[in-house]
Design a protein around this ligand. Structure first.
Ligand SMILES: C[S@@+](CC[C@H](N)C(=O)[O-])C[C@H]1O[C@@H](n2cnc3c(N)ncnc32)[C@H](O)[C@@H]1O
Length: 423
């Protein structure tokens, strides 16, 4: 008989080993353990080597769970209605209707929003099964750690709202969009267009509504709170100190989070965040920081000439190739010799090479880009090709992958002088 361990035994051993490391670190440092309770920690604040163990435990436990379910349940456990409770919570602002340190009955909660008690109870009990809210005693609702986050962090609430109102309907129509527009080339021929009955692109449509634009900006800020998307990867992952002074233009810089973080660390640089009108309207300059906001469409000719850096953080993945090329070409009249173009974005590795839980997230993000723009996540060769297509005087320098960052920093410099910029 073979003495080799089965895959499930290997995975169980990996879960035990890595969980033990996390557990010991928390115990030795007197830190709180993960908990679903409302006062459970939001972030374990683990050092990198223990964070690796947390990640390894998650990966092994996910594979173990998938294996032990078996192939049929792998299919059946895709519940089509798992976003209904998030939509319900978001629409009726339920996180703020349940007292943060107290309780409320289902009956009282239903009365407060004027919805049938039975329907509310059933929807919330699915949410509770997913650990969003708790039912400490039958008929009583209290916060869990996750629902409390929705109540207390407006960025998390924005993320939930944008997901259920903007993304989910677009996902539901993506196949219809591919039937209608099978070439999938235009940013306004997408699942989002059908769901919203619009000819506008995703961002043009959001820009029509102050509330939707504000919420989407909040959802973007929410990403920066997680380790993989932390702005420290931008501030520490590139040699900004090699630029002693001058201007950094942050195209599509949303509410300015990235520019603020850079400005705090590199105060000799000045920053201009360029955005759509509604986003600029919803943004505020921060006293003491040299960060200004400017309405500018990134496909129009760049008005800020001679900047040291033109930065696109997580922007070009929203657009199909020909639009990215157009955006890069719109920079050209403004570039001086040596201007740097930085793109902070995903760089897709070959399929199947990432741990499965990370691969799932990345593939889901790639699909989101299809739903909202016929856009995509790109591999390194595809990024390089965008610069080549835009102009031969863009010199592609390659990429940096800051440790722990989901996004890489790609760099190109402009080799032509200002006078030779016209294409
Ligand atoms: C995915 S978000 C990224 C935001 C931010 N750079 C970040 O890293 O979180 C893309 C941003 O591009 C902006 N955007 C979309 N179309 C634009 C356009 N035509 N001109 C300028 N900005 C645009 C959106 O308003 C949005 O804030």
């Amino acid at each position: 008989m073979s003495s080799a361990q089965s895959r499930i035994a290997e995975l169980a051993a990996a879960v035990a080993l890595h969980t033990h490391r996390v557990d010991s670190y928390l115990a030795e440092n007197g830190l709180p353990y993960p908990s679903f309770d409302a006062d459970g920690p939001v972030d374990l604040r683990l050092p990198p080597e223990i964070e690796q163990s947390r990640t390894a435990a998650l990966q092994a436990s996910q594979e173990l769970n998938d294996l032990l379910q078996g192939p049929r349940d792998l299919i059946f456990n895709h519940h089509h209605n798992s976003l209904v409770y998030l939509k319900f919570i978001s629409h009726f602002d339920l996180a703020n209707k349940v007292p943060v340190d107290g309780e409320i009955t289902f009956t009282e909660l239903a009365a407060s929003i004027g919805v049938d008690y039975g329907a509310l109870t059933r929807i919330l009990r699915l949410s509770i099964a997913h650990r969003i809210f708790k039912e400490p005693r039958p008929g009583v609702v209290a916060h869990s750690a996750a629902s409390r986050e929705i109540a207390e962090d407006t960025r998390v609430a924005s993320w939930v709202g944008a997901n259920v109102d903007d993304m989910w309907p677009a996902a539901g129509r993506v196949v219809d969009a591919l039937i209608k527009w099978p070439l999938a080339t235009e940013p306004n021929q997408i699942g989002f267009s059908l769901a919203n009955e619009t000819n506008r692109s995703f961002y043009e449509e959001l820009d029509k509504s102050p509330e939707r634009a504000r919420r989407f900006g909040g959802a973007m800020s929410c990403f920066t709170t997680s380790d993989g998307y932390s702005l420290s990867h931008l501030t520490d992952g590139y040699p900004w100190e090699s630029i002693s002074s001058g201007t950094v233009v942050d195209l599509g810089g949303s509410h300015g989070d990235a520019a603020f973080a850079l400005s705090r660390k590199y105060p000799t640089l000045n920053f201009i965040v360029q955005e759509l009108p509604q986003v600029v309207e919803n943004s505020k300059e921060e006293p003491g920081l040299d960060v200004k906001f400017m309405v500018h469409d990134l496909f129009e000719e760049q008005p800020v000439h001679g900047a040291e850096v033109y930065l696109y953080r997580w922007v070009l993945h929203n657009w199909p190739d020909k639009y990215c090329v157009k955006a890069l070409q719109a920079l050209i009249p403004a570039l001086k010799q040596g201007s740097r173009v930085l793109v902070m974005d995903f760089v897709m590795p070959p399929p199947g090479t990432l741990p499965n839980n990370i691969e799932r997230n990345l593939r889901a993000m790639d699909l989101t880009m299809l739903e909202i723009g016929n856009a995509k996540e790109r591999d390194l060769g595809e990024w390089e090709s965008l610069f080549e297509q835009a102009h031969p005087k863009f010199v592609f320098k390659g990429m940096r992958q800051p440790p722990g960052s989901r996004l890489a920093i790609l760099e190109a410099t402009w080799a032509g002088g200002a006078e030779s910029n016209r294409t």
